[in-house]
Design a protein around this ligand. Structure first.
Ligand SMILES: [Zn+2]
Ligand SMILES: [Zn+2]
Length: 267
């Protein structure tokens, strides 16, 4: 019974935190696909921060990806270093597939890199380019607060402490599985959905972005990535009717008046 409860809780938490990433960090904060009040905006932002790190860091890197997609300066193009570079190798500056797979399986690897990023920032050693792309977010106290060095590592430490108190070693395994799934599903959009062997490219975008139907559910709709690169601001990524749970959530918020100015491409 306890195991069933842990699995149900895992699914609920993964979906909620996943939506924090897809609806919150990606469609709302990065691309301004819709407008919502401060409570909803703050809730999605906090959900995204649990595994994704500072919103300013995430949004800045992702805006850089769109500005340079599969070209010079794209932080994670497969053209630069292959599939595994695009998946997670770019986070640690490694192209060796074995090392990248081990990093990806570590589950908490991204949290280590976020802490390392904060340390380098305090020492003044980070390239500032991505931060320049987030002038809008930096006007918000919540975003500035979450972007303060040390806050994200403290949030992760709080997760580890809570998991330990609630479940001991099994609680830590549960938390590891949450991070393992959410980091890899998010990275898969950068690797699988930019890799020519997968899916299809119905829209001309000048990059390698792909629509990958089998990845749509695991990424809550983010795998309609060719459509997304063609219409980055669109609140809906499954523009041809494909499964897009994140869009359904935005639609639901709009239906009850919690989301307005929902942007969709014309025609
Ligand atoms: Zn992309
Ligand atoms: Zn995007």
């Amino acid at each position: 019974m306890l195991v069933v409860g842990a699995i149900v809780a895992w699914v609920v938490v993964v979906v909620l935190l996943g939506l924090g990433n897809t609806v919150g960090y990606h469609r709302l904060l990065t691309h301004r696909a819709f407008v919502c009040g401060p409570v909803v905006r703050g809730a999605f932002t906090l959900l995204g921060a649990v595994t994704g790190g500072s919103p300013v860091l995430w949004v800045g890197l992702h805006r850089l990806h769109h500005a340079r997609s599969d070209g010079e300066g794209d932080p994670h193009s497969p053209r630069d270093g292959g599939f595994w570079w695009a998946h997670a190798g770019w986070l640690i500056g490694v192209r060796n597939p074995v090392v990248v797979v081990l990093f990806a399986l570590s589950g908490f690897g991204q949290q280590g890199m976020i802490a390392w990023h904060d340390l380098r920032r305090v020492l003044g050693r980070n390239p500032p380019e991505w931060r320049d792309l987030c002038g809008d977010l930096m006007r918000e106290p919540l975003m500035r607060g979450l972007d303060t060095p040390g806050v994200m590592p403290a949030l992760f430490a709080a997760q580890v402490g809570t998991a330990w108190v609630l479940g001991g070693p099994a609680g830590l395994v549960w938390l590891w599985a949450v991070h393992l799934y959410l980091t890899n599903s998010s990275w898969a959009v950068n690797s699988v959905a930019h890799w020519p062997a997968f899916g299809r490219q119905p829209r001309a975008t000048g990059d390698d972005s792909r629509d990958v139907p089998w990845l749509a559910l695991p990424t809550l709709g983010e795998a309609w990535h060719n459509a997304h690169h063609r219409h980055p601001r669109s609140a809906r990524h499954g523009l041809d009717g494909g499964l897009d749970p994140s869009w359904r959530v935005i639609q639901g918020l709009s239906a009850v008046g919690l989301a307005t100015k929902v942007w969709l491409p014309k025609g």
